[in-house]
Design a protein around this ligand. Structure first.
Ligand code: URA
Length: 253
């Protein structure tokens, strides 16, 4: 059994919050009866009408998108900049980005209409590896690398241990790869900024086992059911891993 507002939102008719408003306003019927009590549960097999329109459960869709530079990770941009939704206009159901990449960041981004999958992937406790290729200003020393790998405090919260591989130096920049098991807002940039290195280029190469192989910027492909299953299992396994028990404890400096 699921909450009525969740089933309505899953149909793609509107957001969960809007569905709650519609239920409270008496605009929703289940098998012909008005249901205006929030929290009512349904199986999803009933005939559900919103504003007189029958809704049906939406098929779940999962995509891997190669986000190009200069695209905002939103469905709409008030400033009229290109947004990720523009690349999915041919898809019947609305798919939403799972998490975000900065305007100038390129690379792997999942898009889906499955709210449970999105929440699981974004939950702070599901530590799916994210691998980034980074170019930063200046020469990153071995000492800085080790300190970032151990974890540093950003806004009072310690970052989880990560792996960094320095690929080389060029003039006054360092090229490296960083593997994170968390995805806080602007995390890579904040980590390197805290160490005195401005990020010049950022590209997400992979999320867990899913890489961009075969895709060009602006292209998307469907995730296979196997890939979705692996990602869900990884998120759930890592969630319950004993090592992760204390992972969200924050410490003030
Ligand atoms: N970390 C950042 O700083 N920016 C991104 O877009 C992704 C990760």
């Amino acid at each position: 059994m699921e909450r009525l507002q969740k089933i309505i939102a899953q149909s793609g008719y509107c957001s969960r919050r809007k569905a709650e408003e519609l239920i409270s306003a008496g605009k929703v019927t289940v098998n012909g009866e008005v249901v205006d009590v929030l929290g009512t549960k349904v199986t999803g097999k009933e005939e559900i009408c919103v504003n007189g329109q029958i809704i049906s459960k939406e098929e779940k869709k999962y995509f891997l998108f190669y986000k190009p530079k200069g695209v905002v990770t939103t469905m709409h941009d008030e400033k009229g900049r290109p947004c990720v939704a523009d690349f999915f206009s041919e898809i019947d159901e609305r798919v939403y980005p799972v998490g975000r990449l900065d305007y100038d960041t390129t690379g792997a981004l999942f898009m889906t209409n499955d709210g449970d999958f999105a929440n699981l992937m974004m939950h702070p406790s599901s530590h799916i590896d994210k691998i980034y290729e980074v170019v930063v200003d200046g020469h990153v020393s071995e000492e800085t690398k080790k300190s970032l790998e151990r974890g540093i405090y950003i806004e009072g919260v310690k970052t989880l241990p990560c792996r960094i591989k320095i690929n080389g130096y060029n003039e006054n920049v360092t090229m490296l790869m960083i593997k994170l098991q968390e995805g806080k807002n602007r995390q890579v940039k904040k980590m390197f900024e805290a160490a005195g290195h401005e990020v010049k280029r950022l590209h997400r190469m992979a999320i867990g086992p899913v890489t961009l192989k075969g895709l060009e910027p602006g292209m998307a492909r469907r995730l296979t059911p196997h890939e979705v299953g692996v990602l869900v299992n990884l998120a759930k396994t890592k969630k319950s891993h004993p090592k992760n028990k204390n992972r969200n404890k924050s410490k003030r400096k």
